[in-house]
Design a protein around this ligand. Structure first.
Ligand code: NOJ
Length: 544
């Protein structure tokens, strides 16, 4: 044991004991990626069940049918978290377990509710505080079939009903929520192109329509929580994704402007409406009819329901440069166009074609966001890397993940600098991921876990070096979850009701056209061309 501890490298320089103890450290997963139990206890299929079960769609032909089997092995996982000193865990709920028929007013599946209640109670009893994402990409297939999922405003009411159900049945033991995970991934990769489920491939207008519906569903959820569930006294946000844009030539004002737009088209696309009630001016000027408009009432709702903390999933940055003169306006300001539709980065490559080691990108992103949104509290709700060769290296050599340790060491150094030098208000940090899991179109070929999952040996769990390093310097310094919350969990009885009433009607959404088709070449279109199925070494199936 002593040898192991001595072998671990020290904490990053900027992460002094004082800085480390000012941040809540944790780790994260999502339902479809770890749970398995794809049709257990009344769960209905999600769009990812459908995609992954279609032959040839996943790089290694795995599915999420079993994944890490957390559905059955959660007690073991929580025991291991406790052993490593983890005090904060971000997980997501599968909509299809809670409301199998998807639509507002339909039956609540209490077996699904109870599974999450048991899991969360066990987390709390182990001193681990949950942060729960409502939607991490696993849309009920029935809602995609009924009305095209996020391309229809119907999704707003159905999501609100689902959110209401979660607040009602889990709100006494969960006080930290995120409505959606990664809107760019949901809307660009799932609806603009056909990289992720539901593989809609309907162009740039579909991305914006999807984002619009996500924003309104989110705002209505915030409103619901602050009225009907105010007594729960929790906090709600939405997890946003983006890459840092490094101007290819920092001395060229056109490249600098392109890099600025790169950030605006990712983060501000979502966060400007959340803070200011409308899309960024540059997007409205350049995207024309492709970008939906908010009614005055919707804009007011957005402004009145500002998020309680700013949740960022951060992985890396890319070079960005000015598009060729004469490019169409939409193309000019499209995210992919501003990087030439390619992943070119100043950072060290990882084994995922979209992911590079660019540690200062985290600090720069936080500075940029803190300035634009006037210094809110930030949570890094995902950060991590897939390790080279981890899909084939044998045990125990595979556990020696020095590449990943170096990634965390340098990124956390920058996070601590953001907090201690730049004065960025960093609240929580979650390493992605707690364990190797179903990495979407890459299956188990890309492993992001700090715990290794042995696919050949009954999914046995083995902590990698990074888990021990994080445990020693970060996880173990946090206090346990608040006692009051734990006490509440023990006192609470499982509700006996089988359905919740329909939530009160929120301001109605404008009807959005999903017909407008973009003609730009986003990252993901390029990605899609070499979609991680061995067609290209340059692009992977993920555009995130
Ligand atoms: C972001 C997503 O939220 C998560 O599901 C995924 O596994 C990681 N990025 C790594 O690609």
């Amino acid at each position: 044991m002593l040898v192991t501890v001595l072998a671990l490298s020290p904490a990053p320089d900027a992460c002094t004991a004082a800085v480390r103890s000012s941040i809540n450290w944790g780790t994260a997963t999502s339902a479809y990626q770890v749970e398995g139990g794809w049709n257990a206890d009344g769960k209905s299929p999600s769009i990812w069940d459908t995609l992954a079960q279609s032959p040839g769609k996943i790089a290694d032909n795995t599915t999420g049918d079993v994944a890490c089997d957390m559905y059955n092995r959660w007690a073991e996982d929580i025991a291991l978290m406790k052993q490593l000193g983890v005090k904060n865990y971000r997980l997501s709920v599968a909509w299809t377990r809670i409301i199998p028929a998807g639509v507002a007013g339909s039956a609540v599946n209490m077996a699904g509710v109870d599974w999450y209640r048991n899991l969360i109670k066990a987390l709390l009893a182990a001193g681990i505080r949950p942060a729960v994402t409502m939607y991490h990409w696993d849309l009920p297939q029935v809602l995609q079939d009924n009305y095209g999922g996020f391309l229809s405003p119907n999704i707003q009411e159905d999501f609100l009903y689902y959110a209401d159900t979660l607040f009602k049945h889990l709100g006494d033991i969960v006080d930290q929520w995120m409505t959606f995970n990664e809107v760019i991934s949901i809307c660009e990769l799932g609806y603009q192109v056909d990289v992720f489920a539901p593989q809609a491939n309907k162009g740039l207008g579909a991305k914006y329509t999807c984002g619009h519906n996500v924003l309104l569903a989110h705002a209505k959820t915030m409103q619901l929580y602050r009225t009907k569930y105010a007594a729960q006294k929790g906090r709600v946000s939405i997890a946003l994704d983006g890459k840092w844009g490094y101007p290819k030539d920092p001395n060229n004002p056109a490249d600098v402007a392109a890099a600025e737009n790169f950030m605006v088209f990712q983060y501000a696309w979502m966060a400007d409406p959340l803070y200011f009630g409308d899309y960024p001016a540059v997007m409205k000027e350049t995207q024309g009819a492709l970008l939906p408009k908010f009614t005055a009432e919707e804009s007011k709702l957005l402004r009145a329901t500002t998020i309680d903390f700013f949740s960022v999933n951060f992985y890396c940055g890319y070079y960005v440069w000015a598009p060729a003169p004469g490019s169409p306006k939409e193309l000019t300001y499209d995210v992919g166009a501003n990087t030439g539709g390619q992943f070119i980065s100043p950072g060290i490559p990882s084994n995922a074609p979209w992911l590079f080691k660019t540690p200062d990108g985290l600090r720069l992103t936080l500075q940029w966001l803190a300035k634009r949104y006037n210094g809110p509290e930030f949570w890094i709700t995902e950060n991590g890397v897939s390790g080279p060769d981890e899909d084939w290296k044998p045990l125990p050599a595979v556990l020696d993940d020095t590449y990943r340790q170096d990634y965390y060491k340098t990124y956390l150094d920058n996070l601590c600098l953001a907090k201690s030098v730049d004065g960025v208000n960093v609240g929580n940090y979650y390493a992605w991921s707690w364990m190797d899991n179903f990495e979407w179109r890459d299956g188990f070929k890309k492993r992001f876990g700090i715990i290794y999952i042995d696919l050949k040996n009954n999914l046995a769990r083995h902590p990698k070096g990074t888990a021990k390093w994080l445990s020693q310097h970060f996880f173990n310094i946090n206090p346990v979850a608040p006692a009051t919350l734990r006490a509440a969990s023990v006192a609470r009885q499982t509700p006996a009701t089988a359905a919740v009433p329909k939530p009160a009607a929120a301001p109605s959404a404008s009807v959005i056209s999903s017909k407008g088709k973009g003609f730009s070449l986003p990252f993901s279109l390029a990605l899609n061309k070499g979609s991680g199925l061995g067609l290209s070494v340059k692009f992977g199936p993920q555009g995130k």
